[in-house]
Structure formats: C-alpha cells, structure tokens
Design a protein around this ligand. Structure first.
Ligand SMILES: *Cc1c(COP(=O)(O)O)cnc(C)c1O
Length: 419
C-alpha cells in the first residue's frame, strides 16, 4: 500500500512561514475518526473505556481531544499524572499503570483517585504506608514463557520486568480483599506493536480465563479486564493494517465463550492503547539542509534523533516522503541523517527515494506516538515544536520549540551568561 502524508507541499510551505522546521504535526480530524472507530469496535461492552497511554504523546492538547472523545489517561509517572489532571482527567479517568513506582507517585495517584494497577506484589505493602486502599484496585499479570499466536512467538513475557506471576496474582487478590478492596481489575501487556488482529483476542482469552479462576479462588468481584496496549500500526508500506473492528469482534467472541458462561458478563473491558491511537496521525516535518557525497550519499536534515529516537534506538523503520515528489520515481539511494555526533543518527539507511534537493521538505511518517515523546537533549539539541492541524485546516501551536534558555534552565548559570 502506498503511504501518503496527510499534508501537501503547499500546506507545509504555508506552515513554515509561522513554524520553522523541524516540527511534529498532528492530524486532529484523523485522530478523532480513529478514536470513534476504537469506541465502535468495543461498543458491545457496556463498560468499555480506552485509557490513552500518555507516554506515547504527552501533550495536553492531544489529551484534551481524546478526553472529548471519551477516553481516559493511562499514566505511569508523577508528571503524566499532573498533565492528565490539568486537562480534567482524574478519578477513574486515570489508570495508573506504573512500575518501579516512587512513593510520591503512588501518593499523587491516590490523591487524584486514579485506579492503581499494581505491577508487583511487594507494592501492596509499599503502598499501604503511603495511602489508603481504594475500593477498586488492579494487578498486572505476567504469565511468563513466550507469547505465541499460531505457534509464532510474538514476544517473551518471561524476559519482561513487568507484572506478577500467576500464584502471586492470587496472593495479591487475597491480600487486597483482606484490606477491604471491593472491585478488582486484571491487566497484562504481553506483546508490543503487533500487526495481527489476533493479539487482543488471544490475550483477552488468557485474561478472561485467569479472571474466572481468580474469581473462584478468591471470591472477589472482578470489575474489569485491562488489555493494555500493544496493538500496532503498519510502519512499512507492505504491512497490512490492523482491523480494529475485527479485533473488537475477536475479543467479544472470547468474552462470550469464557466470561459470560461463568456468570461474569458484567466485566468491563479497558484498553491502554497509545501507538494505535496516535502514531499514524503524527509526522515529523524536516528540511534537507545539506547533501554529502562520500562513500555513500547522505541527506542532512534539520531534525535529528533527538526529535525522533526510534530509528536510532530500535532500528525502527519510518517511511519517508519527499513533499512535492510523491509520485516521482524512487531511483536514488540515500542515508537520511540528523546532526548528532552519533553514527546511529539516521532516519533511514540505504533508502530508495526520489532525488532530494537542498530545501526539500521531508515527511517522516508515523511519529504521532513515541516520537516527540522520546525526545532528548543530547548534543545540546533542542526539542522541536508540536503543531496541530485542526479539522478546519488551520494550525495551532500546541508546544513551542525549546530555546537555549530551556536547556540551561536547570543550571545555576548566574554570572556565566550575563554579558
Ligand atoms: C507503553 C504502554 C502502553 C501503550 O502501549 P502501545 O504499544 O503504545 O499501545 C499501555 N500500557 C502500558 C502500561 C504501557 O507501558
């Protein structure tokens, strides 16, 4: 499938009059349409709620749009909690799925009335010293082993630091019951960026079966099953996108086969999708500022891995479109690079693209999740702006670009910089 950017050259030329490159751009219309599809896919479940994984795109304006679509926030840190609260997402609109959790994070989560999802059994005693137990609490499950779909290994939970073992889950539920907890949730995240409609249904069946067992063993009320994140997107043009309606239907089938016969037809389904909600609806707009002809052909961009870390960190593929040359033949082989003093600062290696000239705008696709969010300040590079392309075609600056004073803000530079 051809991957098309959601902006044209003329739109970007207009934008760059106000916002210099590089910047991350988000497509509000597409975000809302996709959010509505997710809700429709799970509309069969009365209690369904998506808690958007804030870490994917931690911007209050984005959270506000998702809130308007009825989503909550999945937080895992103090500042994510603050940001969610700032847009009016608090109480049971927050799922606090953290790990290695600091005391002050638990304290704030409890204060905001968030649903707390314990990553480890020892966190129960840790938490007890900080805040009172709430009526509804959740535990994260890690079944160990390999996670397989049709005998294909999707991921290795046995190697993952998250969650409790099966025996610990029973122990945790009994312990929490004793402390007065009334309603329980079960959560698991077993494979990341899956491009397979079966992921959620297979995971759901495991969690539903576990929920039935736990209910029998402990007698507690299981209020929800949280399927967490992991539904992926096609970063590569040859990948087939997930069909969220088919995914919702697959989960419904497991629900009706496992939970309903056990008399547990009131269990709510929660999700904590991040990537699926935002990734395709954001892109990084960057300009070619240099070209270099040495042992290879290099394109030098004004963006770098500090703006988008995934290629450097995981060797992740991000599709690139040269604006205005959408239909030109891809007959040039380039390494598309940023300016960090690290040789892994390459958005693409040996990528076939149309001929690129200095001044051309490049769209780096699918940066709406884990794009800006993973930004960092290595080499003193400053984080870029974030811009929202609104439904009416206008744009809104939803985060300004960093300035040198932001970079220096945590230092005491009195006397060093006042000339
Ligand atoms: C990262 C994360 C998510 C979101 O994962 P995606 O792959 O972006 O959907 C959800 N829940 C938890 C606990 C996470 O750490």
């Amino acid at each position: 499938m051809q991957k098309k950017p959601f902006v044209t050259l003329s739109q970007v030329e207009e934008m760059t009059k106000t916002y210099p490159t590089p910047f991350h751009l988000y497509d509000e219309k597409a975000i809302r349409e996709n959010a509505r599809k997710v809700k429709a896919a799970f509309a069969w479940n009365k209690g369904f709620k998506e808690y958007f994984a804030v870490k994917a795109t931690p911007n209050p304006r984005i959270l506000q749009i998702l809130k308007e679509e009825g989503f909550g926030a999945d937080c895992s840190s103090y500042t994510e909690l603050l940001m969610s609260d700032a847009v009016g997402l608090n109480g049971h609109n927050i799922m606090f799925s953290s790990n290695v959790t600091p005391a002050e994070d638990f304290e704030l989560a409890a204060k905001l009335g968030a649903i707390i999802n314990f990553d480890d059994i020892t966190h129960i005693d840790f938490y007890e010293k900080i805040a009172p137990f709430q009526e509804t609490m959740s535990c994260r499950f890690n079944p160990g082993g390999d996670f397989k779909i049709d005998n294909e290994i999707m991921d290795c939970p046995q190697e993952a630091k998250y969650g409790m073992t099966r025996p610990q889950l029973t122990e945790a539920f009994l312990k929490l019951k004793e402390k007065g907890v009334k309603h329980f949730g079960i959560h698991a995240f077993l494979a990341s960026n899956t491009v397979a409609n079966e992921y959620y249904p297979v995971l759901a069946r495991i969690l539903f079966e576990t929920a039935v067992e736990l209910q029998k063993e402990t007698g507690v009320h299981i209020a929800f099953v949280n399927l967490s994140g992991g539904v992926g997107i096609p970063y590569r043009p040859d990948q087939k996108p997930n069909d969220i309606m088919a995914i919702g239907e697959g989960v419904r089938k497991a629900y009706e086969e496992v939970l309903v016969p056990a008399g547990m037809g009131d269990v709510a389904i929660y999700t904590e999708l991040g990537r699926f909600i935002l990734a395709p609806y954001g892109c990084l707009i960057t300009k070619c500022v240099h070209q270099k002809h040495t042992h290879k052909e290099y394109i030098g961009c004004d963006a770098c891995a500090a703006n988008l870390m995934r290629p450097a960190m995981y060797g992740a593929y991000h599709h690139i479109t040269v604006l205005g040359k959408e239909d030109a033949p891809c007959d040039h082989k380039y390494d598309v690079t940023g300016g960090l003093c690290e040789n892994n600062d390459k958005f693409a290696i040996d990528r076939m693209l149309p001929e690129i000239n200095i001044g051309d705008y490049l769209v780096i696709h699918d940066t709406g999740a884990h794009g800006f969010a993973m930004g960092y300040n290595y080499n003193g590079k400053l984080r870029s702006a974030e811009v929202l392309l609104k439904e009416d075609g206008s744009t809104e600056l939803i985060r300004r670009a960093e300035r040198p004073e932001d970079y220096f803000a945590t230092l005491d530079v009195t006397g060093v910089f006042n000339k």
